[in-house]
Design a protein around this ligand. Structure first.
Ligand SMILES: [Zn+2]
Length: 168
């Protein structure tokens, strides 16, 4: 089974990565749009051996690349407040990174292959991913409904794929 999926997360932590963040995801993007490589490579999630892969998406880690936008600590859907809001620059860099990975691994963008952690949990209610709230809110688009954020991110990723291919 190849790497066939990408799960889009926010870290629910601070705006810059800590050890725990680096262990949980393959790639991370800080509030300034800088990309970090996690401790594990996407290939480590082909066969998930205990403590040797990025545990980012409970019930769906095998063959799945984990990307995380750093931030949103303390956020909940009721108050919608956090000291570490995601930024526009960050989400653009995050979608560009996802586009590069889609090209590298031959992943076509669809809700089945590129999804938010929230979407995965909604589709798989018996997994530990159920009830995850990343992404259910974009601080710079506060009126965007939570069930439309996955599509917004996929549209951005598709746009970046076209731009990258044009530039080749
Ligand atoms: Zn997540």
């Amino acid at each position: 089974m190849p790497l066939s999926k990408i799960c889009l997360h926010w870290s629910a932590g601070a705006s810059y990565p800590c050890e725990v963040d680096l262990k949980a995801y393959h790639f991370l993007v800080d509030k300034d749009g800088k990309v970090y490589q996690g401790l594990f490579k996407p290939e480590d999630n082909l066969i998930c051996k205990p403590n040797k892969y990025a545990m980012h998406c409970g019930g769906g880690n095998t063959g799945c690349i984990g990307l995380s936008a750093l931030g949103m600590a303390g956020f909940d859907l009721k108050d919608k407040k956090t000291e570490y809001p995601l930024t526009k620059i960050q989400v653009e860099a995050f979608c560009k990174l996802a586009a590069e990975l889609c090209i590298k691994y031959g992943i076509k963008v669809s809700p089945e292959t590129v999804f938010t952690h929230y979407e995965f949990g909604q589709k798989h209610p018996k997994t530990r991913s159920y009830g995850k709230i990343d992404f259910t809110y974009l601080p710079f688009l506060p009126n965007l409904e939570k069930d439309r954020i996955g599509d917004l991110l996929r549209n951005k990723i598709s746009w970046y794929i076209i731009q990258i291919k044009k530039g080749e």
